[in-house]
Design a binder for this molecule. Structure first.
Ligand code: PHE
Length: 356
């Protein structure tokens, strides 16, 4: 085959190629290792120097023209493919919003907002702290010294040791935010701190990541009576019931003295939980008067400042309020579950407009 015929042949294939894969096949057949042009290049070796110079130059020119044609065709095909894609993915942004959008708000986010609403109404501000904490804020300052048995109970996730021997950790509770808040402010303090917490624990009722809400109120006169009232008001508003009985059970936490766990009453009716009815009890939080050592670690004077703190399981009260049986489902990102238990977006919970 003459070079001329070969060129016409290849260029015809180039124009006939209808997509990027086809153009690549043409390129390989012409310029690839075993391609028609490459094979001819190989035959140059057996020619006399004069012949080789002439044939070599002709082949190089052919190669350039073919490469150029391939490039042009490829660019055109890519552009055409993009046009098709753009046309297919066109969205008319002036269309009205679909009546029922498919995205929903996760129950944990919903309950988080609800809690912030209720406590906001009671005059509490929202405080935050880091998920990655140090020993001081998560333990020491909370009156949990290195040898304290409570450290074992916390199933802590530790990071690798730093050169100085210190180990960072994933906070095991939201209580370190108590310390951070105290160190950054002056009494009176009235905050809640909702957020993620982490413990190396996993079964029906425990997940390695879960959410808590810390509450902290400090001034010169705050007592357990205030705690009782605040928690009662919170439960009534949050569970949207007229009354709820609360049981304060003596307990122990290193960072509070005295300490109490708090239960609320409920009844089970036809497989449904009714909060505020019946005579069964469910634990929802731990609480107590802030320990003098903790107030001191927070840079305040325990002879002048006193108050209470509580820590409540956010996922747990979400399960109770919305009748969600399995904690693990919260974090499985199962779309069917989210559609079932999710909340309409943009429907912000407010006390006036209704929480849920
Ligand atoms: N931090 C405790 C826990 O995670 C809860 C708690 C907070 C108890 C504040 C008392 C006061 O178990």
């Amino acid at each position: 085959m003459s070079l001329e015929t070969l060129e016409q042949d290849i260029l015809a294939q180039v124009s006939a190629a209808s997509d990027e894969a086809a153009i690549e096949a043409v390129r390989v057949a012409a310029l690839g290792k075993k391609g028609a042009i490459s094979e001819r290049m190989k035959s140059l070796g057996s020619m006399s120097p004069d012949e080789r110079r002439e044939a070599g130059a002709a082949l190089n020119l052919l190669k350039d023209r073919v490469s150029e044609a391939l490039g042009v065709r490829k660019a055109a095909l890519q552009e055409a493919a993009l046009e098709v894609r753009l046309a297919g993915e066109k969205i008319d942004v002036t269309l009205p919003v679909r009546p029922q959008g498919t995205g929903t708000v996760h129950p944990v986010s919903q309950v988080w907002e609800e809690v912030v609403q209720v406590f906001g109404d009671l005059g509490f501000a929202v405080a935050e702290g880091p998920h990655i904490e140090d020993d001081f804020h998560n333990f020491d300052a909370l009156n949990i010294p290195p040898e304290h048995p409570a450290r074992q109970e916390h199933d802590t996730f530790f990071f690798n040791e730093k050169p100085d021997g210190a180990r960072m950790l994933l906070r095991t509770h939201t209580s370190p935010v108590q310390i951070r808040t105290m160190l950054a402010s002056k009494p009176p303090v009235r905050i809640i701190a909702p957020g993620r917490t982490f413990r190396c624990d996993s079964d029906m009722t425990h997940t390695p990541m879960f959410n808590q809400i810390e509450g902290l109120m400090l001034d010169e006169t705050t007592t357990l009576a205030n705690l009782k009232w605040v928690l009662t008001e919170f439960c009534k508003a949050f569970f949207e019931v007229d009354d709820v009985k609360m049981r304060f059970r003596a307990s122990h936490f290193p960072f509070t003295e005295p300490s109490m766990e708090v239960d609320i009453n409920y009844a089970r009716e036809g497989g449904q939980l009714k909060i505020g009815q019946g005579d069964k009890w469910l634990e929802i939080l731990g609480s107590g008067m802030v320990h003098p050592n903790v107030i001191r670690a927070g840079g305040m004077d325990p002879d002048k400042v006193q108050g209470w703190a509580f820590g409540m399981g956010l996922d747990r009260i979400a399960m109770l309020k919305y009748g969600i049986p399995d904690l693990r489902a919260f974090f499985e990102a199962d779309l069917r579950w989210l559609r079932h238990y999710g909340f309409r977006a943009l429907q912000v919970p407010t006390l006036a407009g209704g929480l849920s």
